[in-house]
Design a protein around this ligand. Structure first.
Ligand code: PEP
Ligand code: MN
Length: 360
């Protein structure tokens, strides 16, 4: 057993398997829809049924959830299938109702985690209970806000806590609904290796065809579980229709995922190795994206020089960049030879791309 797994005691005590699979519709719509979905999911490795009752919608006018009406449906789904249940709470009143109707786990939505006042009110409402609370990352990429929410629950005496990584909002267009920014979740794990990390590939991807790859990356990064939206009729779901999958498809996704084994020394080694490799992949992706952004700026400079009839190469500027980077590289433990080679290659590519503009 690795240190992390020992520290994530409450999750191990639940004995729900690795990874823990939480699945269910974005929103509970009708009793029939919830029960049919739950029965479908009970045939898969799902152990917790999710369903949003109070839906935080970015703009008014969309389906805002059935509210308290759905609480007895969740209870009935639990009785009929044996699945545990979870719903989002965004207000102390939701907590009160969820406790009354024996919802097993509560989750804090991304739009709630951003607000310390609401998080505090919810934490206060949970004081003295032994509820399991899963905290989604805030919509904005702010590690402190995420950790702060965790700390507010800890201070209120809640000890069974987990984090859900659902990605972050950006104004720029991206293939993801919410960009992963894996590094933030990795930093969270490094600071709090005792807190289980669960991936929500549905809200991160925003599209059902992205769920598999995102989930695999999560597992490779040592995540403890997945929260995936599943609906009996995804296309006609009342919310988040593009990102939900049927229970059957969810079963296929879970079966196709490569699980990393737990226990045993070679397996332990393999686990650590794949987790480190997955971290390298994240950094490499960031490197290549940064280089792409740098090149984009160089091209803009090239255009500006071209329009103003200025020569491409300005050696003073180049020498000062190189000196500054060699010095910064030394501080990061990189040899000056390496930094010089790297920046010469980058500079060469910038010049070629700028020349493309002048030659055009
Ligand atoms: C949800 O889980 O349905 C939801 C609204 O998620 P998030 O808070 O991540 O947007
Ligand atoms: Mn949703």
């Amino acid at each position: 057993m690795s240190q992390n797994q020992q520290a994530r005691q409450w999750l191990r005590d639940m004995n729900l398997g690795h990874p823990i699979v939480i699945a269910g519709p974005c929103s509970a719509e009708t009793q029939d829809q919830l029960l049919t979905t739950a029965h479908g999911l009970a045939k898969t490795k799902t152990s917790v049924l999710r369903a949003g009752l109070w839906k935080p919608r970015t703009r008014p006018g969309n389906f805002e959830g059935v509210g308290a009406l759905g609480l007895p449906w969740l209870k009935r789904a639990k009785e009929e299938t044996g699945l545990m249940t979870t719903t989002e709470v965004a207000h102390p009143h939701h907590v009160e109702l969820a406790l009354e109707h024996e919802v097993d786990l509560l989750w804090i939505g991304a739009r709630t985690t951003v607000s310390p006042f609401i998080v505090q009110d919810i934490a206060d409402a949970l004081k003295g209970t032994d509820k399991i609370v899963l905290i989604k990352n805030p919509v904005n990429p702010d590690l402190s806000l995420w950790m702060g929410a965790l700390e507010r629950f800890e201070k209120a005496g809640i000890s069974q806590l987990g984090a859900i990584h659902r990605g972050f909002s950006t104004y720029e267009k991206s293939k993801y609904r919410n960009i992963p920014e894996w590094q933030i979740a990795i930093d969270f794990q490094n600071r709090r290796p005792d807190v289980p990390m669960i991936l929500d590939p549905s809200h991160m991807g925003g599209r059902r065809d992205l769920i598999f790859d995102l989930s695999q990356t999560g597992l490779d990064l040592n995540y403890d579980g997945l929260m995936i939206e599943s609906h009996i009729d995804p296309e006609n779901a009342w919310s988040d229709a593009a990102q939900q999958v049927t229970p059957e498809r969810l079963g296929e996704i879970i079966t196709a995922l490569k699980m990393r084994q737990v226990g045993g020394s070679t397996e332990e080694f393999q686990n650590k190795l794949s987790a480190l490799r997955a971290k390298i992949d994240v950094v490499d992706q960031q490197l290549i994206e940064s280089l792409g952004r740098r090149m984009g700026i160089a091209v803009e400079i090239g255009q500006l020089k071209h329009d103003n009839n200025v020569a491409i190469l300005q050696s003073n500027r180049w020498t000062s960049i190189l000196d500054r980077m060699v010095e910064a590289g030394l501080k990061e433990g990189l040899s000056s030879e390496f930094t010089q080679k790297l920046f010469k290659a980058i500079h060469q590519e910038s010049i070629s791309q700028q020349k493309g503009i002048t030659d055009a």
